[in-house]
Design a protein around this ligand. Structure first.
Ligand code: ADP
Length: 555
């Protein structure tokens, strides 16, 4: 960049020789020298520009890639509260648009500060050497330009922020459309979705137009000021040639330097406007990168070692952003037995399961496994020893085998197939075209509900963890699938500390202890028979809610 700036200044400098030696004196020897010099100057400028662009692009690309990797790692390390706050669309926009914005900021800074500022300085130096007085006069224009551009820059900030929000809205809309397409079609929501999407798109369009307008406004400001400066120089040049006998070469060199400086100066004005808009994106990205996860591991956290596997919740209270969900819960899940949580929807059952996984920390009380507070152990070792089978089985795009293999790192083929057999999944997997290599489709669309559940059970089988957290699916399966799933679950629960959010009578009957929850409290505890005898919430829930096996699901 220094070479580019120097050669640009040299090309202005040499205009004096071009005019005085070539045009006025016309000495053939000196003409050849000047011509040769011009070739050398432009050759160096060309090569230097090439090297500068290539190097800058490499730096830019590595910055974007580095930031994207860092952002992704950072997002994965965040707790659940962060992910609930941050819409997926914003995350996508951060990793795509805003990571690129950081690159533009750096490129703009490097090219404008590096090349353009250097060039302007070099050319202004040429101007001063050629004629200090008039140089000083033309420089008075600069403060006016700074004021005008400063006003534009302030306006850009708010426009850029709005643009980001609407851009994230478009991405979120697309995500929702992809995942919710069935609901959209079934409920004839096309019109509504289109209106919503169009609103976001049009807002981005409006903001983009505003941005272009602000950006373009730097041109009339700079052109007008440039015109004044040039006119001033012309007046002065005419006068100084007449009065002081300046050579035409000196005047032309000065004018060339000024005209050459005018271009990067104009670019600098424009850059400050664009720079501001990109800084907004970069700033938002760094805000995310600077968010410390609320849930931290202790510095001296050790790996959790489970022997028996007794889970205790002691006086746990928890609120989601001020809304109480659990109120002074104390309960114990004895080792190698099934603890069922039942209760109306919203009672806090899922919250308890999430707390055992340490998705969030309680506001008061503590959770222990074999007497160790789960806040004292590493998150990795805690979650490694817990298998979680949720209602909505999430399958990743990939093969059946891959999806089971997520259960345990480094599992062998043999172990994967054994887990599938134990989960009653081997049969249907082999019947699929491609067997274990068959693709499950986006979010498992190639599989039925019961099959998806059995894949999830196989995953948990493979994990072979001492603690099992189970959120029983509420949706009814056909009789055969139901029997298959129940049998597989039965096998999975054996020999583990199981906490199950139970919806099925068969599971509840089998449970060693049942905790009945309501409004964030445990209101009754006991076995099925105890609780039925005692009456109260359990008995009425039983009458209303709990389904038997699939055979009476349809009733
Ligand atoms: P259950 O599993 O028994 O249906 P939950 O544990 O899901 O109950 O919910 C307990 C309470 O916490 C409910 O009042 C619910 O609205 C609230 N809740 C659950 N998840 C969140 C969340 N992510 N943010 C805010 N409130 C939540």
């Amino acid at each position: 960049m220094i070479l580019v700036a120097a050669t640009t200044a040299a090309s202005a400098w040499i205009m004096e020789a071009v005019v005085d030696d070539v045009v006025v004196d016309n000495d053939p020897a000196r003409v050849s020298i000047v011509a040769a010099l011009v070739i050398v100057i432009f050759l160096i400028k060309g090569m230097a520009t090439f090297a500068q662009r290539v190097i800058l692009a490499k730096i830019g690309n590595s910055i974007v890639a580095g930031l994207q990797k860092r952002l992704y790692r950072h997002i994965l390390s965040q707790d659940m509260a962060f992910h609930q706050r941050m819409p997926g669309g914003e995350l996508v926009t951060h990793i795509s648009t805003n990571a690129a914005a950081v690159r533009s900021v750096l490129e703009l800074l490097i090219t404008s500060v590096g090349r353009d500022v250097l060039t302007v300085i070099a050319l202004v130096a040429v101007m001063f050497v050629k004629d200090p007085l008039i140089s000083l006069m033309t420089l008075f224009i600069a403060p006016v330009a700074v004021l005008g551009i400063g006003y534009l820059v302030r306006r850009v900030r708010s426009v850029a922020k709005k643009q980001f929000i609407n851009l994230a809205g478009i991405v979120t809309g697309m995500q929702e459309t992809a995942t919710g397409i069935r609901v959209i079609k079934a409920f004839n929501l096309e019109g509504k979705m289109t209106t919503r999407m169009n609103n976001s798109i049009e807002s981005v369009e409006t903001q983009a137009n505003r941005m272009a307008n602000l950006d373009a406004r730097s041109s009339p400001i700079m052109e007008t000021l440039g015109g004044f400066a040039i006119a001033l120089v012309i007046l002065y040049a005419g006068w100084s040639v007449r009065e002081h006998g300046k050579t035409p070469g000196e005047v032309v060199a000065f004018l060339t330097a000024m005209l050459l400086a005018y271009d990067p100066a104009k670019r600098l004005a424009k850059v400050s406007v664009i720079l501001r808009s990109q800084l907004v994106g970069a700033g938002l990205l760094y805000e995310v990168l600077d968010t410390e996860p609320a849930l931290q591991e202790r510095g001296d956290a050790e790996n959790l070692v489970i022997n028996g596997g007794v889970i205790r919740l002691e006086n746990i209270s928890f609120a989601y952003a001020g809304a109480p969900a659990l109120n002074d819960i104390t309960l114990e899940a004895p080792p190698q037995s099934v603890t069922a949580l039942v209760g109306p929807s919203g009672a806090g059952k899922s919250t308890i399961v999430g707390m055992i996984e340490r998705f969030a920390d309680p506001q008061s009380g503590r959770i222990t496994i074999d007497g160790t507070d789960i806040r004292d152990v590493t998150l990795h070792s805690l979650r490694e020893q817990i298998a979680f089978v949720s209602q909505d089985t999430f399958l990743f795009d990939g093969s059946v085998r891959d999806n089971i293999a997520f259960g345990r790192e480094g599992a062998t083929l043999e172990q994967i197939e054994q887990a599938a057999r134990n989960a009653n999944a081997d049969g249907f997997i082999r019947a699929m075209r491609g067997g274990y290599d068959a693709p499950v489709g986006t979010n498992g669309e190639n599989l039925s509900g019961g099959q998806r559940q059995r894949i999830a059970i196989a995953r948990a089988m493979l994990r072979d963890a001492p603690v099992l957290l189970l959120d029983e699916a509420t949706s009814a399966l056909d009789a055969q699938s139901e029997a298959n799933v129940q049998e597989a679950l039965e096998r999975l629960m054996t020999g583990r500390t199981t906490v199950v959010i139970a919806h099925r009578l068969s599971t509840i009957r089998r449970a060693d202890i049942i905790h009945v929850m309501d409004e964030g409290r445990v209101v009754q505890s006991g076995t099925h028979n105890d609780l039925m005898e005692r009456g109260g919430l359990y008995a009425s829930l039983h009458a209303l809610q709990f389904r038997g096996t699939s055979r009476d699901c349809g009733q």
